[in-house]
Design a protein around this ligand. Structure first.
Ligand SMILES: Nc1nc2c(ncn2[C@@H]2O[C@H](COP(=O)(O)OP(=O)(O)OP(=O)(O)O)[C@@H](O)[C@H]2O)c(=O)[nH]1
Ligand SMILES: [Zn+2]
Length: 395
């Protein structure tokens, strides 16, 4: 059982044992040379910064933030200004204006899973987790995902700024496995697929190889998909137990709560927050996807990958509007939402980054489509040549 100091503990200290150049951080929680670089590039701005050290947000509580530091877990007050912390954030630890040990500043995020409320007037986004490197979508062979749900989830994963990965579980249920694996590989165009059986220990090594040192991983998947089993197999221990910490409430009583950031060993970190774990996140968040997902299929049929769907030749949208297979009003509300989203993105740096990510993803997808088309073309030409050659030979 792990315990951590509360901020009233006089032993709490941020004294930096480092060489003064490289700040020390919690290596069990994903602190690497890359993180050290992030801290160097974003020095703390406020007050006496000489004793500031790096930390990572493990969980948010009502009044305090549970933070991993190089001296262990600490329960500290929120920073007085700047970004509001989210689970997974890298933060400067130091002292607040009252002189208490505190989180003093949240560093910029390289990725974020958020719940946006696109249909509400105040479209503040709620960050559910940040600095995630890999979003692993878990697909059990005994309960494959329905049609385009996997694809939509993968797009949402790209949106977060993380790299998606598909993990097929329960591959030992062999009579089902082959079909599901084939189907998933088709749907997951451009995304790596790893097939595992936690029961038999298959595919675990391959999965580990997809998780770089210091990487933070989120597992998404329906209840019963085998996420916990997989995580325990990866960690080599039962995280249900090791994931728990004792939280002092300052009145001498202790309650047992769970961490949302769990070291997996080998430097990798699992983010296991209630909001992020299930598919609910994307289904709720991506209202746009949900309502307009079919338009993506239409866009894919436009002649030009960067079609703006206005006056380009070969635009599938314009064709669908012309033959009324696409309702003009529906198209209108899609465009309106797009504009709202764009305005929102300009407001939020993180959101803008995700838009960039989506664009990049679409480029990858269309490059992939282009490549497949080119392959088809080459194949057709080869057949044509073979047919002609055959004819010539016949003569
Ligand atoms: N045959 C087989 N069964 C498995 C495997 N991995 C998990 N299971 C079974 O699938 C069931 C669900 O596994 P969990 O790991 O609890 O699933 P989960 O995704 O964590 O579920 P939630 O906690 O509800 O989100 C359990 O009965 C496991 O024993 C596997 O590799 N092979
Ligand atoms: Zn078009």
């Amino acid at each position: 059982m792990n315990t951590y100091a509360s901020s009233s503990d006089p032993k709490t200290s941020f004294s930096n044992a480092a060489d003064g150049n490289r700040p020390e951080g919690p290596t069990d929680y994903g602190y690497t040379e890359r993180t050290a670089e992030l801290f160097r590039a974003n020095p703390a701005r406020d007050g006496d910064t000489s004793d500031n050290t790096p930390g990572r947000v493990v969980r948010l509580d009502r009044n305090r933030v549970l933070v991993a530091s190089n001296t262990g877990l600490l329960h500290l007050p929120y920073p007085g200004h700047g970004l509001v912390p989210a689970t997974g954030d890298w933060v400067w630890l130091g002292h607040n204006r009252a002189g208490e040990p505190s989180v003093v500043e949240v560093l910029p995020r390289h990725s974020a899973l958020s719940r946006k409320r696109a249909f509400e007037a105040s479209s503040e986004e709620q960050i559910l987790g940040s600095n995630i490197d890999i979003v692993a979508v878990v697909v059990p062979v005994d309960r494959p995902l329905t049609h385009n749900r996997l694809e939509r989830t993968l797009v949402a994963a790209w949106d977060s700024g993380a790299t998606p990965l598909v993990v097929i579980t329960k591959a030992d249920l062999a009579d089902l496995a082959d079909d599901v694996v084939g189907e998933v590989i088709l749907q997951a165009a451009g995304v790596e697929v790893v097939t595992t059986s936690a029961e038999q220990g298959d595919g675990l090594e391959e999965l580990r190889q997809h998780i770089p040192n210091g990487a933070t991983l989120v597992l998404l998947g329906p209840s019963g998909a085998g996420k916990s089993t997989l995580i325990n197999a990866l960690a080599g221990r039962d995280l249900q137990e090791t994931g728990e910490v004792r939280a002092g409430d300052g009145k001498g009583r202790h309650t047992t709560t769970s961490r949302e950031l769990v070291p997996l060993g080998g430097g990798a970190v699992l983010m296991d927050t209630p909001g992020v774990r299930g598919f609910g996140l994307f289904d709720a968040e991506e209202g746009m996807e949900e309502m307009f997902g079919d338009l993506e299929g239409l866009f894919a049929r436009c002649r030009f990958a960067d079609c703006s769907h206005q006056a380009e030749p070969g635009c599938a949208v314009q064709e669908a509007l012309a033959d009324e297979s696409l309702d003009a009003r529906r198209w209108g509300s899609y465009l309106k939402l797009q504009r709202e989203q764009a305005a929102l993105n300009r407001k939020h740096d993180a959101a803008a980054r995700r838009a960039y990510q989506r664009e990049w993803h679409q480029k990858v997808m269309s490059a992939d489509r282009g490549q497949r088309a080119a392959e088809r073309h080459r194949h057709d030409q080869a057949e044509e040549r073979a047919a002609k050659g055959g004819k010539r030979r016949k003569r």
